[in-house]
Design a binder for this molecule. Sequence first.
Ligand code: UD1
Ligand code: UDP
Length: 368
Amino acid sequence: MKLLTIIGARPQFIKAAPFSEEYRKNNEEVLIHTGQHYDANMSDIFFDELGIPKPDYNLGVGSGSHGKQTASMLEGIEEIILKEKPDGLLVYGDTNSTLAGALAASKLHIPVYHVEAGLRSYNKLMPEEQNRILTDHISDMLLCPTQTAVDNLKKEGITAGVVNTGDIMYDTVLRNIDIANEKYSKGLWFDEIVRENGEISKISENEYYLATIHRAENTDNPEKLSNIFKAFSELDKPVLLPLHPRTKKLIENLEVGMKNIIVIKPVGYLLMLYLTSNAYMVVTDSGGLQKEAYFLKTPCTTLRDQTEWVETLENSWNVLSKIDVKEIKSKVQRELTCLQHPQPKSFGEGNAALKICEAIVNGGKINE
Ligand code: UD1
Ligand code: UDP
């Protein structure tokens, strides 16, 4: 079966790695990179580290307004569908690349497979919520990471083609954590950060907060963004912040203090896994990183009012914080009672790639 797969943003490369490997054992995949993310440290590095096949097409759409970016992807993907005549099209997650791919295929009556279907924050102001709702409602097969996602779809009347496969990011973590530990232990993680960024003050394992910030709802509001940096500068441990290019641009116009904050360039996946697993806590507004912290048993504080990954909140492994200086400080510096609690297996067994392949090839059936 010939599948056309759309990727374009950092988290999609990380999700694609295990799936492409599994699917290509017995099937044909044509890979389209939309070019939504294009810096080497937002794109190429993941292909190199994770052995993702070279894309057959790169649309090179780059950055732009939602309308311009999505329209340009839609046009490019449509052309490729007409040329390649695939049996189906697969999209991951909730970015503009996801929606463009799903919409192009749906209009041409090509079956749409949505990996990470059914997630909801119930905040329709988020571009991701808009993208995922629209994508779910035009998808033919909805490959869900959790039972919560299956239940969310049911509430919207979607039951046909819904399959719980477990979370594919869990597959990627399990396949790479030993490799990351091998590559970065014995202080080599710190050497690499210095090599890439120049001298920084010394930080020790388990004695830093690992932070990432990139959500539009936080970065596009100057007051919120300033509050986040103010809170970070007043925390009791240094904050290591691999900074997303979106946020880097936006803080250039803001008067934010950097005391206690070590800003570095975005890092590759293996170093990120190592840093996550050895952090005292992760502080983030990322979707993927909340889960990785959970998989690696690192406590997390999420700088948002909602999370789609509600399972991580159980026993306070992950805690939500409003963007308020006092609240961020108290949530981050909370007592870590979670460390005494086991984690239920809410994200599957780490074999989502295989289950997604089975579901696609067998019309929705997976071997239990
Ligand atoms: C996108 C997704 C978001 C996802 C995130 C993962 C949408 C609407 N948003 O957000 O859901 O969580 O990716 O990281 O699809 N930029 C660069 N170099 C790059 C890429 C981006 O400099 O390689 C800068 C540009 O200034 C660009 C800005 O980052 O305008 C935002 O990029 P964009 O892809 O539009 O959205 P993200 O914030 O990355
Ligand atoms: N990530 C990375 N390097 C970084 C920051 C994040 O490899 O400097 C990885 C992170 O480990 C996770 C993914 O990128 O696997 C999450 O992507 P992001 O936070 O950009 O998007 P989201 O998951 O919020 O959509």
